[in-house]
Design a protein around this ligand. Structure first.
Ligand code: CA
Ligand code: CA
Ligand code: CA
Ligand code: CA
Length: 326
């Protein structure tokens, strides 16, 4: 009798156990991070963040991140929107456990659990999988109601930083109102597959700044160092939709008005330079991959950077005849 009863009940017990196991299986998702994409070079640092999206009244979040500790280490975990953050970093096995607790009514909307600083330990081109697991999400309050979490539908996402890629459309730029430098940040991208860049900030290296994907800037100064011009360092900073930023520098040549060949003086050599390329126009098909002019000398002759070499460039030589950069 007893044996029969047990036999009849055991299938029910198994299925309940299976159901419970399915309910408490943590939800996880993997992202691959590459040293070359995210870091400029080995040894550099970058910041990623864990976002818990589209939730109401979250009071408790408990998340694990695993990674390959021979490729990246996590050095700090901070900047949480939760009032209390409990991170435990174990770089010997590649595991960070993060608990966030918020007292009161909890947090709603898109909530940042934490920023994580990653250091590139491995060599260039090495990759690590970052695995995000949600162990639990609960509403604030005494009842501890669980919130259903799915990584796939974006409840929790690992936000990777954007990559800033600044381009100067011209190799050679001239100071003054008729000269203008043009910068393009449109090759920048967000490393998150569904992320986007929300703003582009430029520091032109001359105490001036600008905002936008493509910007123009008129330089009013140049840098001359005894025998040659020194380039300005232009910095592009991009920010993604999760608030992470990345910056990159490019050197930009700026010459005095009327100096086409970059020797620091305005004379017959600049007139020859312009005459040699008279009426040529830049190759628009080359536009935006790198420089608008295929011919480097022609870019020097195009002193107002309007993609055509004509009287507007020539007059700058006459107007500044015999001026020097020193
Ligand atoms: Ca992102
Ligand atoms: Ca010159
Ligand atoms: Ca030019
Ligand atoms: Ca021109």
């Amino acid at each position: 009798m007893k044996r029969n009863m047990r036999k009849r009940k055991s299938p029910v017990k198994v299925s309940v156990a299976l159901l419970l196991a399915l309910l408490i299986v943590p939800v996880s998702a993997a992202t691959t991070i590459s040293i070359n994409d995210v870091f400029m070079e080995p040894g550099d640092n970058t910041v990623i963040s864990i976002m818990i999206n589209n939730v109401s009244n979250v009071g408790v979040a408990n998340v694990d991140i695993t990674y390959d500790p021979s490729v990246v280490n996590i050095t700090t975990v901070n900047n949480s929107e939760f009032s209390n953050l409990y991170p435990v970093i174990n770089n010997s096995i590649g595991l960070v456990k993060i608990g966030g607790v918020d007292y009161g009514d909890g947090l709603s909307g898109d909530v940042k659990l934490a920023d994580l600083s990653l250091e590139a330990i491995g060599d260039a081109h090495e990759t690590s999988t970052l695995n995000l697991t949600i162990n639990e999400l609960k509403e604030a309050g005494p009842t501890e109601t669980s919130i259903p979490a799915t990584v796939e539908s974006g409840t929790a996402i690992l936000n990777l930083p954007p990559a800033a890629i600044p381009r100067s459309l011209h190799r050679y730029n001239n100071i003054g109102d008729l000269g203008r430098a043009i910068f393009n940040g449109s090759e920048s991208y967000d490393l998150s597959s569904n992320g986007s860049i929300v703003n582009y900030n430029w520091d032109f290296g001359d105490q001036q700044s600008g905002v936008g994907e493509i910007v123009e800037h008129v330089y009013s100064s140049y840098k001359w160092n005894e025998t040659s011009y020194k380039p300005f360092s232009v910095c592009l900073t991009v920010k993604d939709d999760g608030g992470l930023v990345n910056s990159a520098l490019i050197p930009v040549n700026v010459y005095i008005e009327g100096d086409a060949n970059g020797d620091g003086k305005v004379n017959i050599l600049d007139a020859v330079w312009v005459g040699k390329h008279w009426r040529t126009t830049c190759n628009e098909s080359a536009c935006c991959n790198n420089y608008v002019w295929d011919d480097e000398q022609a870019d020097g002759a195009d002193m107002n950077n309007d993609c055509e070499i004509n009287i507007l460039d020539a007059v700058r030589i006459g107007a500044n005849w015999r001026n020097t950069a020193w």
